[in-house]
Design a protein around this ligand. Structure first.
Ligand SMILES: NC(=O)C1=CN([C@@H]2O[C@H](COP(=O)(O)OP(=O)(O)OC[C@H]3O[C@@H](n4cnc5c(N)ncnc54)[C@H](OP(=O)(O)O)[C@@H]3O)[C@@H](O)[C@H]2O)C=CC1
Ligand SMILES: O=C(O)[C@@H]1CCC=N1
Length: 279
């Protein structure tokens, strides 16, 4: 198995195995490659053709999972929760002593992973999101039983190549998954609805899309840069007796806020179901 590295900024001799290079595995790999430190990557996927394509695209090596972990200092588990038990069976006996295992699977607890990996394996759970693809992700990280402070820092550093990182207790990860893990989908849903409304009002689709996307981007940038409360920012848009209050009243009448609460409760509940084995 040969290995390649990105352009060096700070030397880093770690070897990282990506197990599962679907949507999220690729997003995280792209962040690390963009980061450009000397990191050696090996990728593995049940779909060998996809693994080979990803390896070629990012200058990594493709290998079967057992082979990939045998040479890795850090192992990133990026398969669906439903595939996790099978993958752990496959790699358990091949893991290097002292290797750090980072899992991004929704719902799968550190205890679930620790029970299926060699005794004492350092496990860190991370919940990233797809804006990692453009370096604007946010990841929440929590430590398993055997993970040291250094292990957690290493996992955080890994995830920071894709955006921001926060540390949370594992008990909060279902809620995190509901807010930021699944969150980009709600935002895309809202933008899609705004574009559709613009088209309904007679705008060309391209114009409606440009207006909606830049409005979302500008509003998010204001939130991040001013740190002002969203209610204050909303009030500044709402002229007395004007267009905005007319629209917001309709959102309230249609129960949009309540729908968000119910939807995100459902996401957190589903995450907890995955943890309790209801795959
Ligand atoms: N998508 C997202 O926004 C986020 C996802 N996550 C988590 O990331 C994980 C991956 O999600 P996502 O990228 O969306 O899923 P994908 O289905 O896109 O990617 C998972 C990949 O892993 C492959 N795979 C399955 N089993 C194995 C195995 N035993 N060995 C090697 N590869 C395997 C899958 O192949 P096959 O399709 O053949 O099964 C697939 O290509 C999930 O656990 C999810 O909870 C976390 C945060 C955000
Ligand atoms: O939908 C899912 O289950 C995954 C976890 C968070 C985002 N996507």
């Amino acid at each position: 198995m040969s290995e390649t590295s990105g352009a060096p900024a700070e030397p880093d001799a770690r070897r990282i195995a990506f197990l599962g290079v679907g949507m999220m595995g690729e997003a995280l790999l792209s962040g690390l490659v963009r980061d450009g430190r000397v990191l050696r990557f090996v990728v593995s996927d049940r779909d060998e053709e996809r693994a080979a394509q990803i390896a070629e695209k990012y200058g990594a090596t493709a290998a079967p999972a057992a082979e990939a972990v045998a040479a890795a200092d850090t192992v990133l588990l990026a398969v669906k929760p439903q595939s996790m038990a099978e993958l752990l069976d496959e790699i358990g006996a091949h893991l290097r002593p002292g290797a750090l295992v980072v899992s991004i699977a929704a719902g799968i607890t550190a205890a679930y992973l620790e029970q299926r990996l060699p005794e004492g394996t350092a496990v860190v759970r991370a919940m990233p999101n797809t804006p990692a693809l453009v370096g604007e992700g946010i990841t929440a990280v929590s430590a398993g039983t055997h993970a040291s402070h250094g292990d957690v820092q290493q996992a955080q550093e890994l995830m920071r190549t894709c955006g921001k990182v926060v540390a949370v207790p594992e008990s909060q990860l279902d809620a995190v998954t509901a807010v930021s893990g699944s969150g980009p989908a709600y935002v895309f849903y809202v933008v899609d609805a705004m574009v559709e409304a613009g088209v309904l009002l007679g705008l060309p689709r391209t114009t409606a899309t440009e207006l909606a996307v830049q409005t979302m981007y500008g509003a998010a940038t204001m939130l991040a840069e001013t740190q002002d409360h969203p209610v204050l920012l909303r009030e500044r848009v709402s002229s007395p007796g004007g267009t905005t209050v007319a629209a917001l009243r309709q959102l309230d009448d249609h129960g949009v806020r309540a729908a968000f609460l119910t939807a995100m409760e459902a996401a957190a509940r589903r995450s907890a179901e995955l943890a309790s084995g209801q795959l």
